[in-house]
Design a protein around this ligand. Structure first.
Ligand code: CMC
Length: 443
């Protein structure tokens, strides 16, 4: 196979190297394009742009494959704890028993919040969305963890990674408690990561929450399946912020903000909202699908479609089965699960979705699992953020490790006005024509 492509432009011919990845994916290296031709590339939404070379996770969207550091997601979902998967992503290998113990101890030591951090939660109105609290408090962590993270020093980085992994769980639970106006609950040192999260969210002063093995298993699997997904919107945001030299907490806080939107991590909330809407209005599934297909409706079938997967999202397959098993084992009947199955079946049989290769994604069934665990809808995207944290940390490290790495700074094609002169106020036309011209004003 050729190791370069030739581009003919004007009277020039330039050679563009082809870069090949471990699994044979090939990309055109255009880094010299502008210098040699004056051209840049234009790629709306970066749909066809490789922004980096990365060794963290691998997706084959055509075959529905996702691997963390080479290991298939199905194996990790079956065998790994979330923390083991996190160590794999962050440090590159499955941890040895000793490494596992060191990291476990660090998670335990770092699970409580500094007493002064409570004031941050007090500053939010009780109606604040937990995602707003999560991103703000993570960003503030740098102020409470003053020693700088030295990326060359393995121990310092390991401590910072464990601190963030542990504190994001405590911050998430505290955001939930603040939202409800309830007392914060201290972490317990005898529980697994997932159990401790449920404990801090659901324990009341008068009643200790006892997580069941089914709940711990399902939440652990949910977190493992969300742990990384190569260059998605929030991870690319973390990498972008990290490329400017920002610290780990600021970079991850930016990732939380990027995750919030309904086209990304907010889709798990939107799926449940959509199913409830169909249920509450009694709208036939076909009528809802017709709305989702109609571009002028501004609606989409939430939990369907993916930029990379043109086949089943492998995470959705595992979660669909997990939702079935969990409801069965907990003896819960959730009419939304039946409705979700009907919507999936109808969409998969519909030409619109088939032609565009739109299949259920990770968010389609995850909300059913979170509901069964008693997690309120407002916290769904927060749970996704906790799950995605190891991936964000791993990508921050990958960017920061590249000593000579360049700041991420895309270009653009400008389509605004040509050179225009400044005008005195009296000569300006109001943009709000129907309000008429302002007759007076300062400044
Ligand atoms: N419902 C109806 N039509 C859709 C949907 C959908 N869910 N998704 C894509 N399309 C249509 C879209 O209108 C377009 O049609 P046409 O070719 O006629 O213009 C075509 O499919 C291609 O869509 P696109 O918007 O160019 O695809 P994209 O790769 O830019 O968007 C997506 C990917 C995930 C944002 C989109 O599929 C979507 O909005 N899905 C619903 C929201 C959702 O479930 N998001 C979670 C994604 S997975 C987890 C995560 O990343 O956080």
């Amino acid at each position: 196979m050729q190791d370069h492509a030739t581009l003919h432009y004007d009277d020039k011919s330039i050679s563009l190297p082809i870069v090949t990845g471990t699994e044979g994916e090939r990309g055109l290296d255009i880094s010299r394009l502008r210098a040699e031709t004056g051209l840049i590339t234009l790629d709306d939404g970066y749909a066809n742009t490789g922004s980096c070379q990365s060794s963290i996770s691998y997706i084959d969207g055509e075959r529905g494959i996702l691997r963390y550091r080479g290991i298939p997601i199905e194996q990790l979902a079956e065998h790994s704890s979330f923390i083991e998967a996190a160590e794999l992503l962050i440090f590159g290998d499955l941890p040895s028993p000793e490494e596992r113990q060191i990291f476990r101890d660090l998670l335990t030591e770092n699970s409580s919040l500094h007493r002064d951090m409570r004031k941050l939660f007090d500053g939010f109105p009780s109606v604040a969305h937990p995602m707003a609290m999560l991103s703000a408090v993570i960003n503030a962590l740098q102020a409470y963890d003053l020693p700088q993270i030295s990326i060359e020093d393995e121990e310092s980085f390991r401590r910072a990674a464990a601190l963030l992994m542990s504190k994001i769980r405590t911050i998430a639970a505290a955001s939930y408690k603040a939202h409800l106006g309830q007392q914060f609950v201290h972490p317990r040192y005898d529980l697994s990561y997932a159990e401790n999260l449920l404990h801090m969210m659901f324990t009341q002063p008068y009643k200790e929450y006892e997580p069941t093995p089914e709940a711990q298993h399902a939440l652990n699997m949910f977190l493992v399946l969300h742990a990384d997904h190569e260059q998605n919107c929030s991870t690319s945001t973390v990498r972008m912020v990290a490329s400017g030299g920002a610290n780990l907490y600021a970079s991850v806080s930016a990732g939380v903000c990027a995750l919030w939107g309904p086209k990304h991590g907010g889709a798990n909330m939107a799926v449940v909202g959509m199913l409830e809407h169909i249920r509450d209005t009694g709208m036939p599934v076909q009528q809802y699908l017709a709305r989702a297909k109609d571009k002028s409706s501004g609606e989409r079938l939430m939990g369907f479609g993916h930029r990379v997967y043109r086949n089943f999202d492998p995470r959705a397959k595992v979660l669909k089965q997990a939702a079935d098993d969990l409801l069965d084992r907990m003896h819960i009947t959730d009419p939304l699960l039946d409705l979700a199955r009907q919507v999936e079946e109808a969409a998969l049989a519909d030409d619109y979705f088939a032609e565009r290769k739109l299949y259920p994604n990770v968010d389609f069934y995850s909300g059913i699992i979170l509901r069964a665990l008693g997690i309120p809808v407002d916290m769904f995207t927060v749970m996704f953020a906790i799950g995605r944290t190891p991936g964000w940390i791993a990508h921050w490290k990958e960017v920061t490790d590249q000593a000579a790495g360049r700041i991420h700074r895309p270009r653009q094609i400008y389509v605004g006005p040509e050179l225009t002169n400044w005008q005195p106020k009296a000569e300006r036309r109001s943009r709000f024509g129907w309000f008429g011209r302002r007759s007076s004003g300062q400044g």
